[in-house]
Design a protein around this ligand. Structure first.
Ligand SMILES: [Zn+2]
Length: 348
């Protein structure tokens, strides 16, 4: 099935892709109009006039306007997916549905972003990222805030529950990894998954190390069925993501996955297997670096990616730590704490 055939197939099921511009390197974000009752929009695009104009004109192409929307469904916490939610609600009075764990996060968006920045700062310091780089990155994060906004979730969704529309039922699955709130929606009758950033065809989703959604001290429902863990209150994002990918790989009645960026995924099992191979190779490469001498995650990132480890320090740090976690869990690498700094060394 080609991308065009997949999109036609989705359109025949009443699901239409809208490609909304973002200011980010990832390019456009895919939002999906579900022509059903209620009239539903899955994800919104970022909070910008340009995104709003494009949303309006692309909805018009399907004979609708923002004012007609009755339900907005949010797939996860990132600003390119949720930024316009409250503005859409102001125009339309639409309900907003999202994973129950995500609801307080978007409702208290500004405080959540402050806490996320503080969390990121601490993780970066622990893993050897110098202060000037940390401050530059927090500055970038703060400049992104204008693309998001708080929103009120009127229909919190429990994992495993169903969202019923007139012509379909969407099964709600929590698939944390890319972010702690990643949620996918399975239209079982049509064999279509709205997968957002859980599985993207042209890029391997970054399992970003994010502050857990549940309040500090409260157990976090990892979802996806085990595998992930936490140490020193830093979630093992890649392990959690791999467990989520396993759960998605095992899903039946999935002909296509409509992604949050790029083209539809028409063979999710093959793509997930490819991701598993990639993570194995990368972990092995990192293990060889660690075997030479104890090393910080930041030094590993620089050895692998040079200056990108500075300009995209948090992304590359997340990538390194995700793979180091796999090695630590496998008993091949140990963590050494030296004051506030963490180094990794070969086990035994
Ligand atoms: Zn995204």
């Amino acid at each position: 099935m080609t991308s065009e055939q997949a999109l036609e197939r989705a359109a025949a099921a009443g699901i239409h892709r809208l490609q909304i511009p973002t200011p980010f390197a990832v390019g456009r974000v895919n939002c999906y109009l579900i022509d059903d009752d209620p009239l539903t929009l899955v994800d919104t695009g970022p909070n910008s006039g340009k995104a709003l104009d494009e949303l309006q004109s692309q909805l018009a192409g399907f004979g609708h306007s923002i004012d007609d929307l009755e339900l907005v469904v949010l797939t996860h916490q990132h600003v390119d997916h949720v930024g316009l939610a409250e503005i859409i609600v102001e125009h339309s009075g639409a309900e907003v549905a999202a994973l129950d764990l995500l609801a307080p996060w978007v409702e208290h968006w500004s405080e959540a972003m402050d806490a996320d920045d503080a969390f990121a700062e601490r993780v970066m310091a622990e893993h050897g990222i110098p202060e000037d780089v940390r401050h530059a990155l927090i500055g970038v994060s703060q400049s992104y805030r204008g693309w998001g906004a708080a929103a009120t979730v009127t229909r919190p969704l429990a994992p495993g529950s169903q969202l019923r529309l007139r012509d379909r039922t969407l099964r709600v699955h929590h698939r944390p990894g890319h972010s702690p709130s990643d949620t996918i929606f399975h239209d079982e009758g049509h064999g279509i998954v709205l997968g957002a950033d859980h599985l993207i065809k042209h890029i391997s989703s970054n399992p970003l190390i994010s502050r857990p959604l549940a309040a500090a001290g409260a157990p976090h429902g990892g979802g996806g069925g085990g595998g992930g863990g936490e140490t020193a209150d830093r979630p093992h994002a890649l392990e959690i993501y791999i467990a989520s990918l396993r759960a998605t790989r095992a899903m039946e009645n999935v002909d296509l996955v409509l992604a949050g960026h790029g083209e539809p995924v028409t063979d999710h099992v093959a793509l997930i297997d490819e991701r598993f191979r990639l993570h194995k190779r990368r972990a092995e490469k990192i293990r060889r670096l660690i075997a030479q001498a104890p090393i910080t995650a930041y030094e590993i990132a620089q050895a692998l990616w040079g200056n990108v480890a500075v300009t995209q320090a948090y992304l590359t740090l997340s990538e390194v730590l995700g793979h180091v976690d796999l090695l630590v869990t496998a008993g091949r690498v140990v963590e050494q704490r030296d004051g506030g700094l963490v180094r990794f060394a070969a086990a035994g």
